[in-house]
Design a protein around this ligand. Structure first.
Ligand code: ZN
Length: 243
């Protein structure tokens, strides 16, 4: 772990890529892990991928929202020490951007400013008819399908299956990765593209992967830490300033 501290101390342009594992200590289950969302639920005949697809949303908005509101939104989740540490490292000028696959908005809540959301955010919702925007409360408080005052159906600004990732976010993410001297990958198994392929754009010195399970990129990494995020970030990164 001293190795990680040294890498951070020496780096001036740290870019962080985070996945579901980042928010697990905040009580949000990992989307794809064995104990996560994908292996539970009452929609046994329909896969979560199907429910969270664009065509399902269009065809069965009520069923979509029933699943989305109960399985995807964790209103009481708070940023954990990991989110907070990254925000501190940004304030110190070390971290230049956080690229996240998460839709929970916890990086911003912790104080990170440069957050690139590849899959959108539960906090942004818009009317499909007139474009009016709505916060999370308008979605949560609605028993059936949330509708705009104009009558249009409100859609979360979250990237569903069959939908393309926002081009601007990808462009921005790659711009930062190409400039980075340290790429810190946290809590993602790096199985989801294009996020996983972003690694190929990295030209810096050190690639660090912090993830409980193995990833296909472990062999390319300068440092792989298979421990829980809390242990790493609490005991180590926060003490960087004391060195
Ligand atoms: Zn509207």
């Amino acid at each position: 772990m001293i190795k990680l501290k040294k890498m951070i101390t020496k780096s001036n342009y740290i870019v962080v890529m985070t996945g579901a594992g980042m928010s697990v200590p905040s009580g949000i289950p990992d989307f794809r892990s064995s104990s996560g969302l994908y292996n539970t639920g009452d929609n046994k005949n329909i896969s979560p991928e199907e429910i969270l697809s664009h065509s399902f949303f269009v065809q069965y908005p009520e069923k979509f929202y029933k699943f989305y509101n109960t399985k995807m939104i964790y209103q009481n989740a708070l940023p954990n020490i990991g989110h907070k540490t990254l925000a501190i490292l940004e304030k110190e000028g070390k971290v230049k951007a956080v690229i996240t696959q998460n839709i929970d908005g916890l990086h911003q809540e912790a104080g990170s400013n440069e957050v690139i959301e590849l899959h959108g955010s539960i906090h942004r919702n818009y009317c499909q008819k007139c474009g009016k925007t709505y916060g999370l409360k308008s979605i949560i408080n609605e028993k059936k399908v949330p509708k705009c005052i104009c009558g249009g159906i409100i859609k979360p600004d979250v990237v569903l299956y069959e939908e393309a990732l926002p081009a601007e976010a990808i462009e921005n993410a790659l711009m930062h990765i190409q400039k980075a001297d340290l790429l810190l990958v946290i809590g993602t198994s790096l199985l989801v593209h294009p996020a996983a392929s972003f690694i190929h754009y990295f030209r810096g010195n050190n690639l660090v992967i912090i993830n409980k399970g193995k990833t296909p990129y472990d062999n390319f990494a300068d440092l792989v830490i298979n421990e829980s995020l809390e242990t790493i970030l609490t005991e180590n990164l926060l003490k960087v300033e004391d060195m």
